[in-house]
Design a protein around this ligand. Sequence first.
Ligand code: GTP
Ligand code: SPV
Ligand code: MN
Length: 610
Amino acid sequence: MTTTAIPGLDQAPTTHGPLLEWVREVAELTTPQRVVWCDGSDEEWRRLTTELVAAGTLVRLSAKPNSYRAASDPSDVARVEDRTFICSRREEDAGPTNNWMDPGEMKAVMTGLYRRSMAGRTMYVIPFCMGPLDDDNPKLGVEITDSAYVVLSMRVMTRMGVGALGKFIGADGREREFVKALHSVGSPLEPGRADVPWPCNTTKYISHFPEERAIWSFGSGYGGNSLLGKKCYSLRIASVMARDEGWLAEHMLILKLISPQGTVYYIAAAFPSACGKTNLAMLQPTVPGWKAETLGDDIAWMRFGDDGRLYAVNPEFGFFGVAPGTGYHTNPVAMRTIEQGNTIFTNVALTDGGDVWWDGMTEQPPDHLTDWKGREWTPGTGEPAAHPNSRFCTPIEQCPIVAPEWDDPRGVPISAILFGGRRATTVPLVTESRDWTHGVFMGATLSSETTAAATGKVGVVRRDPMAMLPFMGYHAGDYFGHWLHIAEHTNAARLPKIFHVNWFRRGEDRRFLWPGFRENSRVLKWIVDRIEGTADAADTPVGLVPTAADLDLAGLDGDPADVDAALAVDTDEWRAEIPMIEEWFAGIGEKLPAELRNQLDVLRKRLAAA
Ligand code: GTP
Ligand code: SPV
Ligand code: MN
């Protein structure tokens, strides 16, 4: 088939030369049945949802307006870290924490996979922008995909369609650069072959070409593997841009806290996948008089302003949140966001009344459900009804506590950065770093138990520096160096204070020592008081830790001994941590900054003296 014969290819709504050329090249390689240039309109949404309902990919929910449930292939439910590659020109630029393949070799392999991979399907061209459209330097991208589910999800998660495309040619007529993001589910539809509701391929590659700012994804339709504006662009590629240009692209929520006096504090927090970012971003404080608003729940781009403060922007447009555990008792703000509709749910259960349900949504499960695999489910079934990594995909604008400034291209000035993990032992509820370098050490040695957000074993403690282990687009040692050197952009007094938190410490009976969720506002209040210099802390070997008396615990239910246990610095547990940190640092190799080695020496000495 000659490419001019591919319907739609020549109907490009742009004159952007490099974009036209690339789309033609991909169409020639993948040979789709037709090409659709996505405009992001309501009409397009209606057309694609109608098609996907007919195809059995989506079920329209009768209980929520304009909302749908997708069930993936049971093998395609999470990010695939072992199939994720950083294909920098030099292997050492990918570093020891990333999979690497030579870019030429990877392209040869993947070109083979993409050849005719869209046969019988529609190829969608999605122009999108990460971050506000009216930024002076908008961060543009185009995702080419053969998945209509991806088009719909990208409409929720990014600013896509005509608004984004309008930015591709500047006011001066210059053709702007954009990230080329190619995605195929890898399931060509040969004539006469019936489609399946969730096409995908057992061979999967999530590849990044950092020097070229390009992404090639094959074989998966799921979240972080297929919505390429999210982890692939806004973290892996953007972290490389940020290194080159002197800013930070981080796996962080952005929260606005308002004190009873009306003072505003913006906080950014990095927790690994499925460790509480969305929940903290939507916090409803229990401490009287405090209010919170949300700006983002997963990714922050941060750069220094003229005033020397660090300003954060959320590049995303929607929330792709973990469903299980989300309910009116834990995260009512998320519930009220999705109740408004316009939401796509993936791998959750269906109720008999045309609604969705997942484990932990309500205390009492419904009597009967259709589980995420389409099977009958009753409370006695003994298996979760929803996949542990099932998700809701919903517009930020619907969030009842979205901060009015969430879309401001100037961003918001960050007063505190939190690093947190899921640790049953050792790590106190909250620890303040002694200075920026110590804070970077806390981030660089952050650890967490693995979760269902990625394929692989769940519950294994691993180092997850700055919650970026799966998302750093370059060498971890260089990344730590970047964090250290970025402080030279300003003076120490203007830098955010860095804290280490752990909501997940457990008692001997395995129950959580800290109630978490809304009660985390008590920890945030202490953090603000530290910024203002009005709260105390004990100087411990690991940093500055409050005692229970330093926290506002008025009205907190539960055993006070649990709070003491959550705050305890157990020097034996920490001594056992040292060899794990040593091993982690040894694995980074000679690019590990000397400052971090020194911090480890200090920790070792302080523990020895304790
Ligand atoms: P990603 O979207 O994968 O990046 O996850 P996330 O970091 O946004 O995590 P999320 O807020 O969705 O929380 C993940 C799981 O942790 C959910 O099951 C929550 O119910 C649970 N969780 C969140 N905050 C807390 C907390 O303070 N305490 C406890 N015990 N669990 C929490
Ligand atoms: C995460 O895993 O950190 C997520 C979900 O936010 S995904 O989009 O799949 O990366
Ligand atoms: Mn995430």
